[in-house]
Design a protein around this ligand. Structure first.
Ligand code: 5GP
Length: 131
């Protein structure tokens, strides 16, 4: 059965899309730790990030860098934190999270709520900053 992320790539489930190319897709996490919390995924469905073939994994890092630099530009943050968990969705993904301190990237924290309009505006802002 297709993962929820494959359904997002296929447009069967809506998402706040930020960027994509032929191999990767970036969109806002629906339960974010921070405004601009983004997920980067390969379009090929593989559960575990480190099961990805070398070239696909290396390319995903370069794609994530592009998105992270855009987040850096438009979000108020010291850094873009990077995390890989994969405990909830069995489709490899990298979390990109704008952070100002250690606390900002604690996954046990309550997640933030944003309106549809706010999510849309954040995605558009990051997307427009992609070089
Ligand atoms: P992990 O698998 O890394 O533990 O967590 C999966 C992440 O995917 C969570 O941060 C969760 O909020 C996010 N997520 C789960 N389902 C959806 C969804 O349908 N849409 C979006 N945009 N994010 C999701």
């Amino acid at each position: 059965m297709a993962t929820i992320f494959s359904k997002i790539i296929a447009g069967e489930i809506p998402s706040y899309r930020i960027h994509e190319d032929e191999r990767y897709f970036a969109f806002l996490d629906i339960n974010p730790l921070a405004e601009g919390h983004t997920l980067v995924i390969p379009k090929v469905e593989t559960d575990y990030l480190f099961d990805l073939e070398d070239d696909l994994l290396a390319g995903m890092t370069v794609f994530a860098k592009k998105v992270a630099l855009a987040i850096d530009q438009v979000m108020v943050c010291k850094r873009v934190g990077v995390a890989v968990l994969g405990l909830e969705v069995p489709h490899a993904h990298i979390h990109l999270i704008p952070i100002n301190n250690l606390h900002d990237i604690e996954f046990s924290r309550p997640k933030l709520k944003f309106s549809e309009e706010e999510f849309r505006a954040t995605a558009a802002k990051i997307s427009a900053a992609i070089q």
